[in-house]
Design a protein around this ligand. Structure first.
Ligand code: DQA
Length: 145
């Protein structure tokens, strides 16, 4: 099986970006951890980060034909703005879990609405980088069903 991990804008700055909110681990640390898990579970892991909405839309389209069975996505700021990325996920019809490092429900009001949550298999927020591992494990369970 193949799991695609997508991270949206500013997550390339993880570790240096508002560490009091997002922690000190970098995105490479997170992806390395997931690659180890992928090895353990014998699945293929694709990793994609972009700050550009259209690149994320196009990467999601590719997932229709590249063997991706499951997506873990942190759309970052696009969570609250992007009908286009939402529609891309609906287009390819690959199941996904939405992840946020911070608890978006305990921050500014504009962060509490997500264009993704009603399409997602599940949503994890507020558990920091651990959320990606938990999403990975849940994805494995779903793929085994
Ligand atoms: C985020 C939360 C979003 O509101 C914010 O714009 C991000 C990161 C999170 O992981 O907590 O960039 O998705």
């Amino acid at each position: 099986a193949t799991i695609l991990v997508i991270n949206g804008p500013n997550l390339n700055m993880l570790g240096r970006r508002e560490p009091e909110i997002y922690g000190t681990e970098t995105l490479s640390d997170v992806i390395e951890g997931l690659l180890e898990l992928a090895d353990e579970y014998n699945v293929r892991l694709f990793d994609f980060q972009s700050n550009a909405e259209h690149e994320i839309v196009e990467r999601i389209h590719q997932a229709m034909d590249d063997g991706t069975n499951y997506i873990i996505i942190n759309p970052a700021a696009f969570t609250h703005t992007s009908v286009a990325i939402r529609d891309a996920l609906a287009t390819i019809n690959v199941p996904f879990i939405e992840v946020h490092l911070s608890n978006i429900h305990k921050r500014e009001a504009f962060r509490s609405h997500s264009y993704f949550s009603d399409l997602a298999d599940g949503v994890i927020a507020g558990l920091g980088t651990k959320g990606y591992q938990l999403a990975f494990e849940a994805a494995i369970d779903k793929l085994e069903d």
